[in-house]
Design a protein. Structure first.
Length: 223
């Protein structure tokens, strides 16, 4: 089979736009997923039985279904929910729907990482803070969470690498991320194999480089 990568250089501007969309989706999904995941972790550790059970059900549910199915669901459901809330019939883009899907889905995984990080902190520190008159929010914000996040940073980054790879699933709703853009341009110029090979190399370089960073952080941050 003849392999010709000559058309990739001229397609780089379009491929960079696709990568920009992928990275925007990744960054926003990480931020939203970690924030929601932290709230879920705190709910799991709550003294309230119903709150703990609700958070546990959420985590187990989203960890038991395929991400591709979640993306498809939210692509159909998010516009309906927003239309019902706002009363507006303006269409919701695929990017917003995918972002909501990733945040909701990844929060279930981030919450388990955060919960483990919180539980790794000695209870004596929280008890000492309570003895000094600090409230529960203050203890979590000033004492527990800063230490927990320091310990779990490598795991959060590892999950973020998985999320970066999973962003390619947005092809299901026609969102032109990096991989979908590469596939589309490869089909146009008749070099689909070359463009997919190039896309695979880009994903590998980014993921492998990020994995090396995670290993470096594990040596420095985890004691």
């Amino acid at each position: 089979m003849n392999v010709d990568f000559s058309q990739i250089a001229s397609a780089l501007p379009g491929l960079m736009q696709g990568m920009q969309l992928t990275l925007e989706l990744l960054l926003l999904a990480i931020i939203g997923g970690v924030l929601l995941g932290t709230l879920l972790a705190l709910a799991r550790l709550s003294a309230s039985p119903w709150l703990s059970r609700l958070a546990k059900w959420y985590v187990n549910y989203f960890r038991s279904i395929p991400l591709l199915l979640v993306i498809s669901w939210f692509y159909l459901i998010v516009p309906m929910i927003l239309s019902w809330i706002t009363g507006s019939l303006e269409p919701v883009g695929a990017f917003t729907s995918c972002l909501v899907a990733f945040v909701m889905f990844e929060a279930a995984y981030f919450s388990e990482i955060v919960r483990a990080g919180i539980q790794s902190i000695a209870k004596g520190q929280a008890n000492a803070a309570y003895a000094l008159g600090m409230s529960y929010p203050q203890v979590m914000r000033l004492i527990i969470l800063p230490q927990a996040f320091r310990k779990m940073t490598p795991l959060l980054l590892q999950q973020s690498i998985i999320l970066f790879q999973d962003t390619s699933l947005v092809y299901a709703v026609g969102l032109m991320d990096f991989l979908n853009t590469a596939r589309s341009k490869g089909d146009i110029v008749g070099q689909s194999h070359e463009f997919l090979i190039f896309a695979g190399l880009v994903y590998f370089i980014i993921s492998f480089g990020a994995s090396l960073l995670v290993k470096h952080l594990q040596k420095r941050l985890v004691v």
